[in-house]
Structures are given as C-alpha cells and as structure tokens.
Design a protein. Structure first.
Length: 498
C-alpha cells in the first residue's frame, strides 16, 4: 500500500474461537489474537465459558496492552471466543469493543464479528420496535439481539438460519452460546474464516496464521454460508451448509493487502498470490530498469515476483550466482519501524515529514539508475508523489511505478475503512492523470483479470466493488454486480427457514 502507514485502508477485525478438551481456553485465544493483531489494533477481547457461566474481558489497545496476567487467569473455561477490532461500523470507544456479550432468557451469548452489515439499520429499527434496547451503535449488537430473539423459540442452528435470512452484508463470526462455540461465514464468503485442529481440540480463526501459532493444523476454510459447531468437550465438530449461493464474493483485497503473507486463505497462500500478482504485473506492463524495489513492507512479495519474471524474460533466470545479469531486486527504501500508525499528520508539512521519517532511500542502490518501484495499491495517492520524489532526490534517473492491483475507484461498504470517492485518487482520474500527479516516468496497474488469475478464481466469485463500483450486496445508491436483493426485514415470512 503506497504509504499504507499514512493513508491505507484499515482492516476491520480478526476473530477466533476455540473448544478444548482439558485446559483453559484463555491463553490459546490470547496467542491467537496476537497472531491476528494486524487485523485490528483498537481493542481486544476474550469471552469464555466454564459450563456454568460466561467470563469476559475486553480492553482498549493492542492485545499485549488489553490483557494482564490476572485478566487471563479470570477467564475460566475450556471454550471461548476472541476478537481484535479496528473501528468500522459503530463509534470508536469501548462500548463497541468485542466480543459483544449478552445474557438473555435462554442463556448467554458472545459474538465476534468481522465484516459489515449493509442493512443493520433496518434490522435494528425492527428489533427496537419489538422492544430491544441497544447499548452501542455497532452492527454486531444487531446480530446478537436478532440471534438472542431467535434462540427463544428455536435451537442454535435454526436460530442462526433465521438471522441469516434477515441480515444482509459481510460477516465472518465466531459465536459462543453458553459453552458451544460456532463459526459462521456469510453466504458470499466475503470475509475469511478457517477451521483448524489442535492436539486437544478445535479452533476457528480469521486466518490460518492464528492456527499455526497454536501448533495446530489447518483443516479447511469455512465455506460460504456454512455454520461450524465445535463440540464443547473439544472432541470434534459438526457442519451445516445453511445457505448456498451460485456465486461467492471473496474480498480480493485480503490477498492483496490485509492478510498476513503466511496465511492460507480460501486455499491460497497469501505470499504466493502476491508473488504471482507481481509476476503478472511484469507480464502486463513490465519495463526494463536497472533495479526493482518494493515500497516496504507492502510491496515486497509483489516486487520479488515482478523481478523474478523480469529476469526470466531477459533469459537469465538461471543466473542465480549473482554475476550481475539478473534484474536487480533491491531494498532501496529503508523503513523506520518505530514510526507508528498513530503519527498525527494534520498538515501537509507534517505529512511530508512523515514520509521522510518513515522511509529513507539507500542512495547507492538508486543513484544514476533507472528504478521500478512496486507496491500493492494506491488509495488516496497523497504520498505516492513523495515516494517518487524521494527516489529522484537520491539520484534516480527514472522512476517507474507498478501497482499489483487495479485502480481503486469506489469505497468499501463491507467493513474496510477504505476512503470516500472524493478521497480516492483513481475515482475520477485516468491512469495517465495519476501518473502526472505523482510525477513518475510511467505508471501501470494490474488488470482485474490478472487478479482473478492469481487467486485462481473466476471474476464472478470475487468481490470487486472497490475496483469496479459494482457490489455483490444491495447497497443504497450503488450498482450491483449480480442479481441480489436485500431481505425484507419485519416480514415474518422472510425469516422462515423451512
Ligand atoms: S469492496 Fe473491495 S475491499 Fe471491500 S470487500 Fe469488496 S474487494 Fe474487499
């Protein structure tokens, strides 16, 4: 992400759930949340159950700050769910921190949600009309109340099915009803969720890296529209495909930017997808330069794939002995890792300073040379011009920019804090106009078809809303890319599942 640290979209959330045979769930959940920290830094929380009652702890900040040893000791029970959050829908304070937990007539409920409902307001209005009182403005509480209501006269599976009939949008959830943990993915599979096996139980998590950190084994992704129910004693799981659609809508941005490179999402190792995107970028718009370098860290895998394909194209792919014939892949921009995400930049001057604080060119790799700078995407583009300028200042003769995703032309409504149309540099500009603005010698983006190829998917099974302006959900004022309608909320017939 060009200057993802100053302007990039922010992920949503990470969710996890475990069910273990003979040890408390709190610490495995805590470690898993650490592995998912990149998906949310605003708050972290865990809810557990010991067969009698529910325990919860939610704190603001990073996982390491949100929990003290005593907090983990107080979270009793062998089952639980966890959450790391970045604000999407809902206000930025502890009332929206998750997991959301509630007690009601037929038990207790905890929810961790990744994604964003498109029709939360309608469902909330309906529930308020039925007497439900809400404590936050987040969409997770809407799901929790709807589910709690459905649980009053149905079992968990039937209740989940009814709620799925009413909510519209993106959700990957881990839910704990009393001491049963379940995972649920929306019928389009927009957000990731996977299932893993541990020595003494099972785990559900947004990304497989969280399973790795627990020494577990990835079983598979939870399927779109599927409910996975973990046995409370950690002995197994059952699955129910509650809704099946012809087309999925996986968020392609997970592979491009959000997910950890070491995670496997929807069957594809993220790192390899990024390298393949880089290779395809070379095939579509490669340009011979002396050196290929990534924007750290987001462009690294893309740049390595791009440089490898460039070297192969030159016919010297076997030149691994470093005699100088390969296209050089170099780290030409050094990153200061101690400039955090919280660096405040109210003025243009401060923003420019931020780029210099964050990245410093290595003059010897740049001076007197032609450079290809590779990144995963450009969102607002407010710092791309400064990156190009940094390289010129360090003596680059030419700077060519290559982007491993298509231009982002529209906002995301599915839980990613992208930007508004007005803020997106590509929403009203041609590639040539953007090139002029960032002052690069050339600029090229990857095509949508190449994205689909790298993800081994058909275009029809991806969400491409932010690059096409057509969405897989029925969103007010926006076009859809398929035949889709919001559920009619309040119509009891719409909620029937049989
Ligand atoms: S609009 Fe873009 S970022 Fe949002 S879910 Fe779709 S592909 Fe992902």
């Amino acid at each position: 992400m060009t200057a993802g640290w100053t302007e990039g979209p922010t992920e949503k959330c990470g969710v996890v759930g475990v069910s273990l045979a003979d040890r408390d769930a709190a610490r495995p959940l805590y470690y898993a949340l650490y592995a998912l920290q990149h998906r949310g830094q605003e708050s972290a929380g865990i809810v557990t159950h010991d067969g009698f009652q529910q325990y919860d702890h939610v704190g603001m900040g990073l996982v390491g700050d949100a929990f003290a040893e005593a907090d983990l000791d107080g979270l009793r029970g062998r089952v639980g769910i966890g959450h790391v959050r970045y604000p999407t829908a809902g206000s930025v304070d502890s009332s929206c921190a998750q997991p959301f937990s509630v007690s009601f007539k037929s038990g207790s409920l905890g929810l961790s949600h990744n994604g964003n409902l498109v029709n939360a307001e309608e469902v909330r209005d309906d529930l308020e009309g039925l007497g439900h009182a809400f404590t936050s403005d987040g969409d997770t509480e809407v799901i929790a109340h709807d589910l709690a209501r459905n649980l009053l006269d149905g079992d968990l599976i039937r209740a989940v099915r009814r709620t799925m009939d009413r909510v519209h949008g993106s959700y990957a959830l881990t839910i704990m009803h009393d001491d049963t943990v379940v995972g649920l993915r929306d019928p389009e599979g927009n957000r990731p969720l996977c299932l893993g096996r541990l020595d003494d139980g099972y785990v559900l998590a947004s990304e497989s890296a969280a399973i790795d950190v627990l020494d577990g084994e990835l079983i598979r992704d939870v399927r779109p529209g599927e409910l996975v129910v973990l046995e409370p004693d950690g002995s197994g799981y059952e699955t129910y495909r509650l809704v099946e659609r012809e087309r999925t809508a996986h968020c392609f941005f997970e592979h491009v930017y959000f997910a950890r490179p070491d995670s496997v999402i929807d069957g594809e190792l993220v790192y390899e997808v990024r390298r393949e995107l880089g290779r395809l970028l070379w095939e579509e718009s490669g340009i011979e330069t002396d050196v290929v370098m990534p924007v750290p860290d987001s462009g690294r895998a893309f740049a390595s794939g791009y440089a490898e394909a460039a070297s192969e194209a030159r016919g010297d792919a076997d030149d691994a002995d470093g005699d100088g014939a390969d296209i050089e892949f170099a780290e030409g921009l050094m990153k200061n890792r101690y400039v955090g995400r919280t660096f405040i930049m109210p003025t243009q001057d401060a923003r420019e300073r931020a780029v210099k604080l964050k990245l410093n060119p290595i003059r010897s790799t740049v001076e007197g040379r032609t450079v290809t700078l590779v990144d995963d995407s450009i969102v607002r583009g407010t710092t791309s011009d400064q990156l190009v300028e940094l390289l010129y200042e360090a003596g680059a003769e030419e700077v060519h920019m290559r982007i491993g995703a298509p231009p982002i032309v529209a906002p995301c409504y599915m839980g990613i804090n992208m930007a508004t149309r007005e803020e997106l540099i590509a929403s009203e500009r041609t590639v040539e106009e953007i090139r002029e603005r960032i002052d690069a010698d050339s600029l090229a983006y990857l095509s949508i078809d190449a994205v689909a190829e790298a993800l081994s998917r058909s275009r029809a099974d991806l969400c491409l809303g932010c690059v096409t302006g057509e969405y897989p959900y029925d969103i007010d004022g926006e076009a859809t890319d398929r035949d889709v309608n919001r559920p009619v909320v309040g119509d009891e017939a719409a909620g029937a599942d049989d």
